[in-house]
Design a binder for this molecule. Structure first.
Ligand SMILES: Nc1ncnc2c1ncn2[C@@H]1O[C@H](COP(=O)(O)OP(=O)(O)OP(=O)(O)O)[C@@H](O)[C@H]1O
Length: 368
């Protein structure tokens, strides 16, 4: 899958951008705050119908504008005609998302069509943040190739919200028949989600471990453990047993919304023992393993976005990552960095078609 033409109007600080892109490596270089991440984020938006860095749509429209637009033209291996994806946002109005000029009824129908993996310094949140960040990682990774997972997740979250709302009712007003109805839905979808998460993690660990070893050039053992309350017994029974407690607390204390992905380095939680470079190696390896997994399960080669990821990594680790992503397994790549020299060093090791762009105050031009 390659994005060969990108048009942007008023996306954050990018007033107007028009780019013909390389099918292999596209580098964006510029000082801090110039718009490099915004550019990669616009590419991300076309895949996920949302920003990677800011979930509030009204805040991604340029401050002094009322409308914003992103349009991408893609080529798909083995398909003669191109695919055009359009996103239009207007303040206080529903966003428009179109494929080949036809508007999607549901945005979830689009997710997975343009497979993409973004790696950015914000991914440190997967390690350092709460368990919701790690569940989100699994959800995004699985949803991109498994629509039934995403639908089960939407239904589960809806049933969970409804159960919580029912639990919050005053003592006698609680409708137990209604509670059971929501619990039944949670059991059906929760068990399916837990099963799919378990299967994903099992396949994911060896690939991740391999990437970690290659990048770190060490024998450090990096691995995960998927922990779910659903492994402790029958979910229906667990919900019944915890109902009194949940009524007292006013929310649901058991279920797949409490799952955890324990991240370990040599048997210890990386959150506690990892250095900055090890943390970065860890989440970069996770994301590359996600790429590999998507490639294996999906029909199309994902696009890879590397946003300012080389900082804090030693020269050996940078070299290993560059070698990895320039191999044939990876397709089109977007890289951002502040330093032209570090790009030149990186690119001198790669024999591939490459474009270098300069990003300055929201303007993007081919580097002269
Ligand atoms: N809605 C918006 N309208 C206008 N400008 C915005 C909007 N949202 C963010 N910005 C601006 O975008 C800039 C940040 O851009 P971006 O994050 O892409 O920088 P960067 O080039 O990646 O920098 P760094 O190297 O520091 O990561 C900031 O100047 C910020 O004020």
């Amino acid at each position: 899958m390659t994005l060969h033409h990108l048009s942007i109007i008023n996306y954050k600080n990018l007033a107007q951008v028009e780019l013909e892109l390389s099918p292999k490596i596209n580098c964006f270089v510029g000082n801090n705050g110039m718009g490099k991440t915004n550019l990669l984020d616009a590419v991300y938006y076309l895949s996920f119908c949302r920003s990677y860095t800011n979930p509030v749509d009204s805040q991604i429209i340029k401050h002094d504008a009322d409308v914003c637009m992103i349009q991408g033209r893609y080529l798909i291996e083995g398909q003669e005609t191109e695919e055009e994806i359009y996103c239009g946002l207007r303040r206080r109005q529903k966003k428009q998302f179109k494929r080949n000029k036809k508007e999607y009824e549901k945005l979830s129908d689009h997710i997975g069509f343009i497979p993409l993996v973004m790696i950015s310094p914000a991914d440190i949140g997967i390690i350092q943040g709460g368990s919701d960040e790690r569940r989100r990682f699994m959800d995004i990774a699985i949803s991109q190739f498994d629509k039934s997972y995403m639908q089960a997740l939407i239904r589960y979250n809806n049933a969970l919200q409804q159960r919580n709302a029912t639990l919050k009712m005053e003592g006698n007003a609680i409708d137990h028949t209604l509670l059971e109805l929501w619990e039944e839905q949670m059991v059906m979808d929760g068990e399916l989600i837990a099963e799919k998460r378990q299967a994903f993690v099992k396949e994911f660990i060896p690939v991740f471990d391999e990437f970690y070893k290659r990048i770190s050039l060490s024998n450090e053992k990096a691995t995960f453990d998927y922990v779910s309350q659903l492994n402790d017994g029958n979910f229906r029974e667990i919900l019944r047993q915890t109902r009194q407690r949940d009524m007292a607390l006013g929310h649901t204390t058991t279920g797949i919304h409490r799952d955890e992905l324990e991240m370990l380095l040599d048997g210890f939680p990386i959150k506690k023992v990892g250095s900055q470079g090890q943390n970065k190696t860890y989440f970069v390896s996770m994301k590359l393993a996600q790429f590999h997994y998507l490639l294996k399960t999906g029909k199309r080669r994902p696009i890879l976005l590397l946003d300012d990821i080389f900082d804090r990594l030693d020269a050996n680790r940078v070299e290993e990552i560059v070698k990895l992503v320039s191999s044939d397994e990876f397709g089109q790549i977007f890289i951002s960095d502040t330093n032209r020299e570090s790009f030149d060093k990186i690119l001198s090791r790669i024999n591939n078609s490459q474009h270098i762009y300069s990003v300055k105050n929201g303007e993007v031009t081919i580097y002269g």
